[in-house]
Design a protein around this ligand. Sequence first.
Ligand code: XUL
Ligand code: CO
Length: 443
Amino acid sequence: MTYFENINRIQYEGANSTNPLAFKFYNPEEKINGKTMEELLRFGVAYWHTLTADGSDPFGNATMIRPWNKFQGMDLAKARVEASFEFFEKINAPFFCFHDFDIAPEGTTLSETYKNLDQIVAMIKEYMSTSKTKLLWNTANAFTHPRFVHGAATSCNADVYAYAAAKVKKGLEIGKELGADNYVFWGGREGYETLLNTDMKLELDNLGRFFHMAVDYAKEIEFTGQFLIEPKPKEPTTHQYDFDVATGLAFLQKYDLQDDFKFNIEANHATLAGHTFEHELRVARINGMLGSVDANQGNPLLGWDTDEFPTDLYTTTLAMYEILKNGGLGKGGLNFDAKVRRGSFEPEDLFYSHIAGMDSFAIGLKVAQKLIDDNVLESLISERYQSYTEGIGLDIVEGNTDLHKLEAYALQLGEIKNKSGREERLKSIINQYLINVSSGVLV
Ligand code: XUL
Ligand code: CO
């Protein structure tokens, strides 16, 4: 059966194309600094937003028109698999991602849930054998069902903790079976609503134990995917434990997990934490912890996770700058953890939205590479920190000084002179690169 009848495989047609169902900037084969765009960007489709979500929100019912919605239960799950591989092929996606709950319905018991999962995983594996689309990551949904009301690995209820552990165990087996490149832990309800009823220390210690058990089990079954923590500061809980990259890193270091995990950084989670997307990428990068990206964008007018498709070129440029400076994403990718707006309810909107996101990151990639090639930021930054390359500055960075020596140095200083940071000049240079590179003037 065909689910997207009137849509052919999306092709690259170039910046002047007026075909809404064509890439204008994402040219998978085009090489940037020796690697193809496809290899560098590693786009992923999020199963939950594209195949499963129905457009309902706290004030309104489902709006999405999806040809597979005529089915129910396991038939619906199977129809979604068929539709998903048709979509992956037509949008030319090298990767996809899912939660256990997205691909197969929960049964009345855990063993029944496993049976449902096994059937769908076998079907996905079959489709994958003839498709180029690979599994970027999978994860366990330990937040939707009412049993997770107080959390999963940080629940006050040990039975819930055990149930969540079983889901992760199964998730790792599925990841291994389907050859996932990563396994994600987003702490859905790992946080608290009020300290008045919360043993924070026990909850965090339990979370550390949980991750160690997952690491051990991955070794046991020889699952070689990269483990990723996806920070988010709030929503659904008031205070999520994996608040941001810095908080997550301190947690990993405290529980001696830093060598087994990296971060999956989501743009909208960064902004909810009061950071920019590029800030989170930078913190992860300079600590060798940048694993993968949930590519979306938030709405600055709203205080919650809107998961919009990324279209802000300034942000995609600065994000790709961090990713290129990181030497790429390795096993990671750019997963569109993004949903079409509730009013964009027709099946073709799934294509328009992915095209918009893929083109936006393709532009970001080209502009970022050109900025790096031309040494634009690096030359200004090295000039700015020049004082650490000689004299007292060199003594500081080489660890050859102490407070006595620094005091003696400071006492003989005359008036200290600083130089301008040139922020506005830099911003206008980035605008110039954005306009010129995307219009083909600077290539
Ligand atoms: C929720 C979110 C999740 C994770 C995977 O905000 O981002 O979809 O990406 O559980
Ligand atoms: Co996400």
